[in-house]
Design a protein around this ligand. Structure first.
Ligand code: BGC
Length: 369
């Protein structure tokens, strides 16, 4: 019996040493997502957490209700937990200075996830090519209305962009606007409200109801007299959902209005199936997380050769050291993935990612994780 007890003691000791070793060995990664109120950050937060855990990291995930002060506080709490790395999707890319200084002082590696932070403490940026997202939306409208061959025909459209606090929003808008500008300039496209500046068409916090309200106002002011609306360029799905709802309730015309979006969110995929939205730009979550994990792993192990690393993902991804700056002149090494256009006709591409499945009658797809 004595022998058994001492064997048990030794075993317990060995096991607890192992437990300490693995807890001490595991690097801690703090994941700061902007909010749970926009569909994509729930998926991103959960999947980042799952994949980093599976790779042996200890993770702490926070969501900040789209509230800048809460995010600062949440990140300070992560720093107090002695995280080795922070993955941050900023609520406001300009508003994290103090907490980024603190991260730099503690030597914590910061990866800006999807949205850039305007602070030099950011070591790497992982995102999709944001300008290309907008460009794909603009090109979609260009081709759907066959603008290049419009001749004397003219078309009416409006714009809805994203949150000015989100560094991505301007890139999306410019990417789309640059494609459509020549047609606006030559009169083929008429923006009936006259609102073509980013600040005029922006949507605080990418909020669906804010987009809905503005769209209702524009429809009442400029289209109630029977003016035909041909297209509404929306930068993402949360804003497109509001615009589509306004068109449904407040637009009297019976034409199908071309509405763009981004993210392939569940509500929007149903809208695409029902012709209330026409396309969405999909940014494969799995791929963004694979790249983030690889960059995080390499950064935690030492210096990164970004060019070389980008060839190892097995995913189309540019290592770009020119396009993004955290402060004027300070280029941020960026890993930029390539987005895909999704319409009614190619929803299978979403199913192929493993993140979506067809609904019961095989008409549209929905997220499964
Ligand atoms: C992301 C988009 C998203 C938007 C609102 C942007 O920073 O890149 O995918 O639609 O935030 O959540």
């Amino acid at each position: 019996m004595k022998k058994f007890v001492s064997l048990l003691l030794v075993l317990t000791l060995v096991l607890s040493v192992f437990a300490v070793a693995s807890a001490e060995g595991a690097k801690k990664v703090g994941i700061a997502m902007p909010t749970k109120s926009l569909e994509r950050w729930n998926s991103d937060g959960e999947y980042l957490d799952e994949q980093f855990k599976a790779a042996g990291y200890e993770t702490l995930v926070v969501y900040s209700d789209n509230d800048v002060n809460k995010q600062v506080n949440d990140i300070q709490n992560l720093l107090a937990e002695d995280v080795d790395m922070l993955l941050i999707t900023a609520v406001d890319g300009q508003a994290l200075n103090t907490v980024m200084d603190e991260a730099a002082e503690k030597g914590v590696i910061v990866i800006a996830y999807d949205r850039l932070i305007m602070h030099d403490a950011v070591s790497y940026y992982v995102s999709y090519d944001n300008y290309t997202v907008g460009k794909l939306q603009g090109e979609f409208v260009e081709s759907a209305l066959d603008l290049a061959n419009a001749g004397d025909k003219t078309f009416n459209m409006e714009f809805t962009a994203g949150d000015p606090a989100d560094n991505n929003a301007g890139y999306f808008f410019n990417g789309a606007y640059d494609v459509l500008k020549p047609y606006i300039d030559n009169g083929t496209i008429k923006v009936v409200s006259g609102q073509t500046e980013f600040q005029q068409v922006a949507t605080a916090q990418w909020n669906t109801d804010t987009a809905l309200d503005r769209a209702q106002n524009l429809l009442a002011s400029y289209y109630a007299d029977g003016t035909v609306l041909d297209a509404w360029l929306c930068s993402n799905d949360s804003t497109a959902a509001g615009v589509a709802q306004a068109i449904e309730s407040d637009y009297a015309g019976d034409n199908v209005v071309i509405v763009t979006g981004q993210d392939a969110d569940d509500v929007n995929l149903v809208n695409i199936y029902e012709d209330k939205q026409t396309m969405s730009v999909y940014k494969n979550l799995g791929n963004e997380v694979i790249v983030t994990l690889a960059v995080a792993k390499a950064a935690l192990e030492g210096e990164i050769d970004g060019e070389q690393l980008a060839t190892t993902f097995g995913i189309e991804c540019d290592f770009d050291t020119e396009s993004y700056e955290t402060t004027p002149g300070n280029k941020c090494p960026s890993f930029l993935l390539v987005p895909t256009v999704v319409t009614k006709d190619n929803m299978q591409v979403l199913v192929d990612t493993g993140f979506y499945a067809w609904n019961a009658d095989n008409t549209y797809v929905q997220k499964v994780k």
